[in-house]
Design a protein around this ligand. Structure first.
Ligand code: NAD
Length: 479
């Protein structure tokens, strides 16, 4: 098949690639140069996409499940064939190092393919001579996927596969900061899905609310910040839309005194600094037992200082933060740390001499045992800043780990299996890891407790989130 070209970017409406009179563009966060033009969708474009989706839904939802499954698998194969171009575009638009962008493309293919293999047969509740009661799952209709800028491709694929497999039509709205891979993904989809089944609209801040308020969109799957998630929920309430929210996190990692620091520290370093900390399930608070705290801190700081920050096309471990607003937000954490008694043991800001480029770069910053009520502990920086804290008793550390409005992920690190089991069960989070963090699986439901979300994506739970339930009572021997 012909390779996709990545110079022009279009809205995808009813199978057609469209531009708009007014356009916008993203910024390469490493160079601060403008990226190519992208369309600026209007309410009229939304209405046209919704009308096309409604027509497409009627046909798509009637297709045999296996036909939809095969289309998704072929689509995933096409994405894999275009891996190099998608990865380069991801580095340009998002800033992440090229090897991490390649990992994101691989994960996107995996999330499409593995979710496409899921089956969701009807549930048989009663089956006697007199009566059969079954529940089946029917597609909701038109879904809109609203995606953030940190994993623009993988998070789009995570929503696309279950929506289309279950027979819905999907309108994808990428973040205005990272619209490029999402638009190309939908363009690629036109080779595999009938017109209107997969569409994409690029726009500014006004586009999300137009989708969430639209009377003929039936479901919103939103990934982004908790603050925006609340606005989305409020807006969806007016039309009683079905809603899944994947929101922010402030994941704690609890490190017990029996761990092997030689093997554990490098892993934790990876789970803290991946994507420059811009990952919902990055470790954002590290609680280390006081008896090994000095050694842990020393090893963590040494490894952190060896990491190279720079343009994703160079030999860098960390790219920039993705956009100016995020840069300002991370800076506000550094300013707050500067104003308090917190001790910074690695990082801080670059000086003008050692900046790796004009972009939104920070050195990864480690804060030594800040107070529990400091901003760096209570809030999600979503950038390369991490507090390391000391603990002494199990009850105390569990209480402190759970003392957050967020409940996305949490981990416990110990060789003691009983202790691991005991602590992990008390952690209030949607995903809990023992001796790892951040590992995800397209077949395992993923969702947040507390203000980290509502509902779950992926796995059979994820499929059901794009469905209505329909229960049949069949009286076999009518009177
Ligand atoms: P954001 O909330 O600013 O934006 C997310 C998306 O919502 C974007 O596409 C944006 O254009 C759109 N949007 C903005 N205002 C809207 C509105 N009023 N109505 C509808 N849509 C609107 O989030 P972000 O800054 O792009 O992403 C960072 C946040 O996302 C972090 O808090 C991070 O933890 C969270 N996140 C969560 C997960 C998860 O799965 N739980 C995954 C990745 C990121």
């Amino acid at each position: 098949m012909t390779a996709l070209e990545f110079t022009q970017f279009y809205n995808v409406i009813d199978g057609r690639l469209e531009t708009t009179v007014e356009t916008t563009h993203g910024i390469n966060p490493s160079t601060l140069e403008p990226n190519p033009k992208v369309p600026l969708a209007s309410e009229v474009d939304v209405n046209r996409a919704v009308a096309a989706a409604r027509m497409a839904f009627d046909l798509w939802s009637e297709k045999p499940l296996d036909e939809r499954r095969q289309a998704l698998i072929a689509f995933a194969d096409s994405l894999a064939e275009n891996k190099g171009a998608f990865a380069r575009m991801l580095t340009i638009e998002q800033g992440k190092p090229l090897n991490q962008a390649e990992v994101e493309v691989d994960a996107s293919v995996k999330w499409l393919k593995q979710q496409a293999t899921l089956s969701f047969p009807e549930d048989v509740i009663v089956d006697t001579e007199e009566q059969r009661v079954t529940t089946s799952y029917t597609p909701i209709g038109i879904a809109a996927a609203i995606v953030p800028w940190n994993f623009p491709l993988m998070l789009a694929c995570g929503k696309l596969a279950p929506a289309l497999l279950t027979g819905n039509a999907l309108i994808l709205k990428p973040s205005p900061f990272t619209p490029y891979c999402g638009l190309k993904l939908a363009e690629l989809g036109q080779r595999h899905f009938p017109p209107g089944v997969l569409q994409a609209l690029s726009g500014d801040d006004s586009l999300g609310p137009i989708l969430t308020e639209h009377p003929d969109i039936d479901k919103i799957s939103f990934t982004g910040s908790t603050a925006t998630g609340k606005r989305v929920m409020e807006s969806c309430s007016r039309t009683l839309k079905r809603l899944t929210l994947e929101l922010g996190g402030n994941d704690p990692a609890i490190v017990c005194e029996d761990v092997n620091l030689m093997t554990v520290v490098p892993q934790i370093v990876q789970y803290v600094w991946a994507n420059s900390g811009q990952l919902c399930v990055a470790i954002k608070r590290i609680y280390v037992h006081s008896s090994i705290y000095p050694q842990f801190l020393d090893a963590f700081v040494k490894m952190t200082k060896s990491l190279v920050v720079g343009d994703g096309f160079g030999a860098s471990h960390l790219g920039p933060v993705q956009n100016k607003a995020q840069y300002t937000r991370v800076q506000s954490f550094l300013d707050n740390i500067g104003k308090t008694d917190c001790t910074v043991v690695a990082g801080g800001d670059f000086t003008n001499e050692n900046r790796p480029g004009p972009g939104y770069f920070f050195t990864p910053t480690v804060v030594d045992n800040p107070p529990d009520d400091s901003m760096v502990v209570t809030e999600e920086p979503f950038g390369p800043v991490i507090p390391i804290l000391q603990w002494t008793s199990e009850d105390e550390v569990i209480r402190r780990a759970n003392n957050s409005d967020y409940g996305l992920g949490a981990s416990v690190w110990t060789k003691d299996t009983e202790r691991a089991s005991r602590i992990s069960k008390k952690l209030k989070a949607g995903t809990v890891w023992i001796n790892s963090h951040m590992l995800l699986n397209p077949l395992a439901p993923f969702g947040g407790h507390k203000k980290s979300g509502l509902g779950a994506e992926w796995g059979v739970e994820g499929l059901k989130s794009y469905c209505n339930t329909q229960t049949f009572f069949w009286t076999k021997k009518p009177n």
